[in-house]
Design a protein around this ligand. Sequence first.
Ligand code: AKG
Length: 275
Amino acid sequence: MSADATLPLSDADVARYRDDGAICIRGAFALDWIERLRAAVDADMATPGPMVRINTPAGNPGLFFVDFQLWQRHAACRDFVFESPAADIAARLMGAHDVVYYHDHLLVKEPGTAERTPWHHDQPYYPIDGQQIVSLWLPLDPVSRDTCVEYVKGSHRWGRWFAPKFFRQGGVDLQVQDARFEATPDIDAERDRYEFLSWDMAPGDVIAFHALTLHGAAGNRSASRRRRAWATRWCGEDARYAARIGQVSPPIEGHGLKPGDALACDLFPRVRPRA
Ligand SMILES: O=C(O)CCC(=O)C(=O)O
């Protein structure tokens, strides 16, 4: 795919995404987008969607709030999906001509939240096979490296799939899974074996990461700074609906897809090429 000079991405960035599995793109989105998305996130927290989850046990400090599919309920999120440079960034990184919007995932850690995001990678949670799946993790508040998501450099190329973990009643449970899924290694016990990527980020910066890149994040120990992050997930033409044993996340139903189908449908709209 040829370079598009209007995008905040160089050929070197694309090569680094393919090698490392995660890159930080500085100043990717104008602050108008960030302001509109902040208002949408706060409205969503006041009136959450049907898949909302609270990952902080009652009585614990802070709040780890998770919700999905804001694009279906908030105009700012829908406009971001269809009108912002996000789809073109995703296309360029994936080397895809067509882009389908898969879903979005809101992760808010209010000041004082102790709960971590455990080490995991995303594709085993998704009923999707293929290489062209990229997430754009967009913080809406300034984020320092210690509250940013951390990525294990190059882990999307390990050829390994790790079993999903689900938060349940404040804990983390393993489920019965596809036999090809392994237990996730204890990354923190062997940190000297890996190289990590994480960044200090300003509003407008975004992290793009591959769906097989291992990642995890600390809680938010700040006493005053919120950490609102909105992650959007994008697929290219090699992505196909796939059967999975066990739970998938998010549990989006009603699409009518069968294993092997291309994803584009009302629930997973095609956003590129633009109409
Ligand atoms: O924001 C976080 O703490 C984790 C984000 C994440 O796991 C994801 O976007 O897949």
